[in-house]
Design a binder for this molecule. Structure first.
Ligand code: ADP
Ligand code: MG
Length: 433
């Protein structure tokens, strides 16, 4: 029999780390564990409970990137407050804060767009997917949650996270209490006797289907590094940068990697006067026809001067794009190893200390819900950490031989684009459909 507790006056059950999270008073704590153990659900209840329990308390709910909150943690938050009652949202489509009838307020923000989150002292700050934060982000938040002027009994900075690499700061911060969450903690997955529920069977099948480091982390909750990461130079801090206004004079490119069951990827890139590349928009979607992508691409590109459309070698896909976009496409150079080298040399810091390619934050046009549900990468940046060299018979990555053909949809597109820009083909072939 699992220890569990029904939340006073409601039918919500908590077990294990989710239960501990309802009462812990540590100043800094994080619930860590694989996907779907109930971490976010438990945190939203604790957060709401603290704010409801003290009139005029001030809280913040934060994630690394603001747009990543929509469709994720904010859905869970909304479900929790709908059940608890007394809350209203302000700020329209993209809520900026929520007020409770007792005068407490919860600000919503990303580290990229903190809004009011960082503008004053907060009684409590709750971080979703804390593994995405750098230690400096967490420390910045802690300076807004020192307890000065706090009205709640236990001011705290807390969060949830999935495992990352073993070197992650979450594992080595002495002042941080880490609670370990397990699938058995989630009553929708396991019943009171500890048997999988029908929902549990479905959820575990999704997690069992994962591969590589995502399986280790999201299925088993292990803090492991991906072995043999191809783009080990990639650093979110250096390569993913805030959005910038792209001057009309910079040439722009689109690059397409076709897919239906696997995601179709279209990236928009711009090149500055020094030759640096900026990915400023991205479609990353499964289950959609090229024709529909083409219509969306056309609408999104209005007023932009696109100098080339570089394409994966799919005759029908190219013909469809050419027809609907009224363009000629350029065949991608497909040599994998030289393409990887070309991307790597752009990721490496140049003489001025800056890399020569950047991914602008918030580039994704829409998040594919079926990829979210399957716990697969939803954009190119998310492929970076999990695109790996195949293992040899000795179990070691065969570096510079062949990458595993997984988690490579956006990265293939990136490789085609860099090859196109850096080593233009002598003869630009257009598909004659
Ligand atoms: N204690 C609980 N009671 C009811 N439903 C729960 C509970 N814990 C988790 N769930 C449900 O299980 C699913 C996964 O929970 P979530 O908090 O999103 O997991 P995680 O953040 O660990 O990935 C959600 O649909 C959530 O509503
Ligand atoms: Mg979660």
């Amino acid at each position: 029999m699992l220890a569990e507790l029904a939340l006073a006056g409601s039918s919500v059950l908590f077990r294990g780390a989710s239960l501990e999270a309802q009462a812990i008073t540590a100043h800094e704590w994080i619930v860590a564990g694989p996907a779907e153990t109930g971490k976010t659900f438990a945190l939203m209840h604790r957060l709401a409970g603290i704010l409801e329990g003290t009139p005029r308390a001030s809280g913040a709910l934060v994630r690394k990137v603001r747009t990543d909150m929509t469709g994720n943690v904010l859905v869970t938050w909304q479900r929790v407050i709908d059940a608890r009652g007394g809350w209203s949202a302000y700020g329209g489509e993209e809520p900026k804060w929520f007020d409770h009838t007792n005068g407490s307020r919860l600000y919503i923000g990303g580290m990229d767009r903190p809004g009011k989150v960082l503008s004053g002292e907060r009684d409590v700050i709750c971080v979703n997917q804390a593994e995405e934060l750098h230690l400096e982000d967490w420390e910045t938040l802690s300076t807004r949650c020192t307890g000065r002027g706090a009205v709640v009994e236990y001011p705290m900075l807390f969060g949830d996270c999935n495992p990352g690499p073993p070197s992650h700061w979450i594992l080595s911060r002495p002042s941080l209490k880490v609670l370990h969450s397990r699938h058995e903690d989630n009553p929708t997955l396991y019943d009171e006797q500890g048997n999988l529920t029908p929902q549990g069977v479905r959820t575990m099948a999704v997690l069992d289907a994962l591969t590589g480091v995502r399986r280790e982390r999201l299925r088993f909750g292990r803090w492991v590094s991906a072995e043999g990461v191809v783009y080990d130079l990639f650093d979110l801090g250096a390569h993913v940068i805030p959005r910038l206004e792209i001057p009309a004079s910079w040439p722009r490119y689109r690059v397409h990697d076709f897919g239906f069951t696997n995601p179709y990827v279209c990236q928009w890139w711009a090149r500055d006067d020094d030759g640096r590349l900026y990915r400023y928009r991205e479609i990353y979607r499964t289950q959609r026809l090229v024709e529909d992508h083409a219509k969306q691409i056309k609408a999104l590109s209005v007023g932009e001067r696109i100098v080339a459309d570089v394409c994966d070698h799919d005759a029908e896909g190219r013909a469809t794009l050419e027809k609907y976009l009224g363009i000629r496409t350029t065949a991608a150079r497909k040599d994998v190893l030289s393409g990887i080298e070309a991307v790597k040399s752009r990721l490496r810091p140049a003489g001025d200390g800056k890399p020569r390619m950047f991914f602008l934050v918030d580039s994704l046009v829409e998040r594919d819900p079926s990829l979210v549900a399957a716990h697969l990468p939803v954009c190119t940046e998310e492929e970076m950490g999990v695109y790996v060299w195949a293992l040899g018979p000795d179990g070691r990555p065969r570096v510079k031989e062949a990458p595993v053909k997984e988690n490579d949809h956006g990265l293939d597109a990136t490789r085609y684009l860099v090859q196109h820009v850096d080593k233009p083909m002598l003869e630009v072939k257009s598909f004659q459909g």
